[in-house]
Design a binder for this molecule. Structure first.
Ligand SMILES: [Zn+2]
Length: 309
């Protein structure tokens, strides 16, 4: 059995994960984000409550760029992790092997192993939330690139004159398909003066847009058209570059689900070689909130296995 940790800016999730991917005992705690020591104490503590004589190792998914040594280069949403080699620290505190991976990469590995990518070895996960993240699995392993930046599909540029992105760039996929992007696009569409139930929405968030679009609201459908156009440009670029077998869409915003998949497939299809497209290659993620802990544990399983070879 392995322990999977999903360290988020708000919550830490931890679970025992069996070699077959089953989720056993689990914990869900507000992240001790006051200092790196408080966080390490918390993580070591939760490991000690979950470990048994069967525990073979620990995997931790973190919201940041992780280099090959397991050091967190930068963590925009949990700055106390910046520059920290938390794997080594947790190894020292617990005596267990601890492996660290970017959280979206870990989730991608989980979906490829047990979820919407099962049966494939080459997969791209796109996570839609506040930001637009991504994880690449090639040959059944996370492919994180030379310095850990692979899979950053949210920062592919769609419009060089577009609005500012959180990363400092302009017109990136995330400025359309991230939560704020949905709101901006809805406001712009409403400015045309056309009738829409979105005029009465308290919050112009993806949920409100998706609900209105499901009822055929023309303004909401236009927003979804723009969101999926931007995402489609990013996914088409990824497919042309990597020819992965499947693209899995996950994250909170993907609850808009089927509503996104049809236009997304249309936008992807017209930008790639016909032979590269398969009607069922775009799927919704299946593992939900468990993807992080399952994937983190899987990282540790694969690392431990690789070491034995
Ligand atoms: Zn960006």
């Amino acid at each position: 059995m392995y322990i999977g940790l999903d360290v988020g800016g708000t919550y830490v999730k931890a679970a025992q994960i069996g070699m077959d991917g089953t989720v056993g005992e689990h914990r869900h705690l507000p992240t001790a984000c006051g200092s790196i020591d408080a966080l390490l104490d918390q993580l070591a503590g939760v490991i000690s409550t979950l470990r048994t004589s069967e525990t073979a190792g620990v995997g931790a998914g973190v919201p940041g760029i992780v280099d090959r040594s397991g050091r967190v280069r930068v963590s925009p949403n949990l700055h106390i992790l910046d520059g920290q080699g938390i794997g080594d620290e947790l190894r020292r505190r617990t005596g267990l092997d601890v492996f660290v991976e970017n959280d979206a990469n870990a989730a991608a590995l989980a979906e490829c192993w047990m979820g919407a990518g099962a049966g494939t070895a080459d997969m791209l996960l796109v996570t839609l939330g506040t930001g637009v993240g991504g994880g690449v699995v090639i040959g059944g392993r996370v492919w994180s690139g030379h310095a850990g930046y692979a899979g950053e599909i949210g920062h592919i540029q769609v419009d060089e004159h577009g609005v500012a992105c959180g990363c400092g760039g302009r017109g990136h996929v995330e400025t359309f398909a991230g939560v704020a992007g949905w709101g901006r696009l809805a406001q712009e569409a409403l400015a045309s003066g056309r009738p829409s139930v979105l005029r009465d929405a308290e919050l112009l968030d993806p949920k409100a847009v998706a609900t209105a679009a499901a009822d055929g609201d023309a303004v909401a459908l236009e927003v979804i058209e723009e969101v999926t156009r931007a995402l489609g440009i990013g996914i088409a670029a990824a497919l042309l570059l990597m020819n992965v077998e499947r693209v899995v869409v996950g994250g909170g915003v993907s609850k808009a689900g089927e509503l996104l998949l049809e236009p997304l497939a249309r936008h992807v299809r017209k930008r790639i070689f016909a032979d590269l497209f398969r009607p069922d290659m775009l799927r919704l993620a299946l593992l939900g909130n468990d993807a992080g802990v399952i994937g983190a544990a899987r990282v540790a399983m694969l690392e431990a296995g690789a070491r034995e070879l």
